[in-house]
Write a protein that binds this ligand. Structure first.
Ligand code: MG
Length: 399
């Protein structure tokens, strides 16, 4: 008998710094439902409306088994497509349908994708500090916990904001100096690389803060430190510069957390201009497109490194892990070290041991949500500060 969708709802909660959006798809089979991640933390109410006012009426009564068809139809049903709000909403439903299919099959989702290529996913975590010594100490703490791959940042994404040469009456904001960034980060990376065991892999995220030609110089300058990868050295608007840097150095490059549209990653993969795709899985539309991206990238020798900080929900992290366990071209997984509250709110949240992320063997995505607990932690509606980014003269910049 056909099992159909009977309800689609958005659960908004904030157990930590990030506002999360979880989709729950209920079905005609008593007790059978699925969960998915639709987290676009800066615009949760827009995603909630897309889910409950636009996707839900379209999806009620549809066959839960037809994941592919529902994904394709959801993407074109609004005619205008590939924006972050709609993609996240579609992802929530898509992941929930994979969860449901796994529960119906009695198998974890990685089995439906083709089965395990590995027992666990190797992860990297974030070290930071105000100066190179603090970053080194932060990294050492993580290494003692068993992590082998560490992303090193200093003074937030823009580097140290003190001593900026600002004009009079410059407005408030999240200031940074791109040229100073290059100088101070190179010093920090050299320090940490020199002090730590060479077997510990280091990563760095430029977060699109440099002018493109300065980013090219930065990639050349860090080549000697053999980073595991250098992330987001260009903004999506500047991806044409990848060809320039690729011709000049062998620093491994990772890109993609802001991508929405296949046009954004297709050329980078086909021309082998990057080494890792690291899209926010909900931002591209869920497991269905992420699976296709992984297969496509693998054909060209490009590995996966799905976006995985705190603004991916625990359900999204579970989805990432199922992709990681299956993908033959898995590279590494970003991991955010969830709080005790998050483990309590999301039973089944993957667990870490000695730098590896492990799944449970429950059917589907293997994760639940305690909705009563989630309701006790509602989203706080704030005006985001860290994205109000400015250069020293006060002009607006990309965060
Ligand atoms: Mg990043």
């Amino acid at each position: 008998m056909t099992v159909t969708i009977t309800d689609v709802s958005a659960i908004l909660t904030q157990p930590g710094p990030s506002r999360l959006v979880i989709v729950k798809v209920r079905t005609s089979e008593p007790g059978l439902y699925g969960l998915g991640c639709a987290t676009f933390t800066q615009r949760v109410h827009a995603v909630e409306a897309a889910i409950e006012q636009h996707l839900k009426p379209f999806l009620i009564g549809r066959d839960v088994d037809r994941i592919e068809e529902l994904w394709q139809m959801s993407m074109v049903h609004g005619y205008w497509r590939n924006g972050p709000v709609l993609n996240n909403a579609i992802s929530g439903v898509d992941q929930a349908l994979w969860d449901i299919k796994g529960k119906r099959a009695g198998m974890p989702v990685y089995q439906l994708l083709g089965g395990k290529s590995r027992e666990a996913a190797s992860v990297y975590v974030h070290a930071s500090g105000r100066d190179p010594h603090e970053v080194e100490d932060s990294a050492r703490t993580l290494i003692e916990e068993g992590y082998r791959n560490v992303r090193i940042q200093m003074g937030g994404y823009g580097g140290e904001a003190a001593n900026l040469h600002r004009p009079k009456d410059a407005p408030e904001g999240n200031y940074f100096d791109p040229r100073a960034y290059s100088r101070s980060m190179l010093g920090m990376i050299e320090h940490v690389r020199t002090e730590l065991d060479p077997a510990i892999e280091l990563l760095h995220d430029i977060h699109e803060r440099l002018n493109p030609i300065d980013a090219v110089q930065f990639a050349k300058d860090v080549e000697q430190y053999r980073l595991f990868f250098l992330e987001d050295m260009f903004a999506p608007e500047d991806i044409g510069w990848f060809r320039t840097v690729r011709q000049q150095c062998a620093t491994p490059l990772a890109m993609g957390e802001l991508f929405n549209n296949p046009h954004e990653w297709r050329g980078l993969i086909v021309d082998q201009l990057i080494d890792f795709v690291r899209m926010h899985v909900s931002q591209v539309g869920g497991i269905t497109p992420a699976r296709n991206i992984a297969i496509f990238a693998g054909t060209f020798g490009v590995r996966t490194a799905w976006h995985g900080p705190g603004d991916t929900s625990p359900v999204g992290h579970a989805a990432n892990l199922h992709l990681d366990l299956w993908a033959p071209n898995f590279g590494i997984q970003e991991w955010y070290q969830p709080s005790e509250l998050e483990y309590e709110m999301f039973p089944g949240l993957p667990t870490i041991s000695d730098g590896y992320l492990y799944p449970n063997e429950r059917p589907g995505l293997g994760i639940e949500i305690d909705e009563e607990l989630a309701a006790q932690h509602p989203c706080e509606d704030i005006i985001e500060q860290w994205t109000q980014t400015r250069r020293p003269d006060g002009s607006s910049a990309r965060p």
